[in-house]
Design a protein. Structure first.
Length: 263
């Protein structure tokens, strides 16, 4: 999946949880959800540091990219020198699948931890103080953003090996990041974004017209159920191969342009 699709789908997954906090009117929450949102955005791009070429992370968050590249090599080195139960062939997998250790649960956990630690050190150097809650939000945001990246890549043909490097459990879908048929575009990443944004739109309307309020006990369980349902749809749809998913790329470009103009 493309970098901007990762950002958009991941952010759209997290925003519904933030909308009630925005409407609560409590400014104390602001710092926390802005931190969380930034961390999720960075996290949604971080795993692609192990892909060849220059990913979106390189252009948008060069500092994170510069940390990730040597970190990834260090992790591979560390694993190579540990006598693990399963024979590891990290370098080979990295090269042949274009997805390495950072596209695995263990990789995202290690990198979230290291990046949070670096953020904490930088924060301490600037403010001479540590805000434990902020540090926690940075860690959770990075981890969740990266976890969503793995889920999103699990919808593509290349897929994700969730057990890497300890075994093989390849989970994949039928989405081609780069079009399989010339001139046709897989509209699924677009549909996924819209499905998730719909939850945010409904929440904003609900709050605006006083249909929902912040103290309602069922609010967060409802958001969890809606976002989970959207993700079940995302995963299931990625397994299908209907002709409907592949639309004329030129037409989509034209529709996008006219939508922009009408704004
Ligand atoms: Zn990826």
């Amino acid at each position: 999946m493309l970098g901007r699709e990762h950002v958009s789908i991941s952010v759209a997954t997290v925003i519904p949880f933030i909308v009630p906090l925005i409407f609560s009117g409590n400014v104390d929450y602001q710092l926390y959800y802005i931190t969380l949102l930034i961390a999720v955005t960075v996290g949604s791009l971080t795993p692609d540091a192990d892909c060849g070429g220059k990913p979106k992370l390189y252009y948008d968050f060069k500092l994170v990219y510069d940390i990730m590249v040597p970190l990834q090599k260090a992790v591979i080195f560390a694993f190579k020198n540990l006598s693990l139960k399963y024979e590891l062939n990290l370098e080979h997998e990295v090269n042949s699948r274009h997805r390495g250790i950072m596209h695995a649960p263990i990789g995202i956990f290690i990198s979230s931890l290291i990046l949070t630690l670096i953020a904490a050190i930088i924060g301490f150097a600037i403010y001479q103080a540590i805000n434990a809650a902020i540090i926690l939000f940075i860690f959770l945001g990075l981890l969740f953003g990266q976890f969503l990246h793995l889920l999103e890549d699990s919808c593509t043909v290349a897929g994700i090996n969730w057990k890497f490097p300890f075994g093989t459990k390849l989970v994949n879908g039928k989405i081609h990041t780069f079009p399989k048929i010339k001139g046709k575009k897989d509209i699924r990443p677009m549909v996924y974004q819209q499905t998730l944004w719909l939850i945010t739109i409904l929440l904003v309307l609900g709050f605006s017209f006083d249909i929902i309020d912040f103290s309602q006990w069922s609010l967060y369980p409802l958001i969890v159920v809606s976002v989970t349902a959207a993700w079940v749809f995302i995963i299931l749809a990625s397994r299908t191969d209907y002709g409907f998913w592949y639309q004329d790329a030129g037409k989509i470009r034209k529709a996008r342009k006219s939508a922009k103009r009408s704004f």
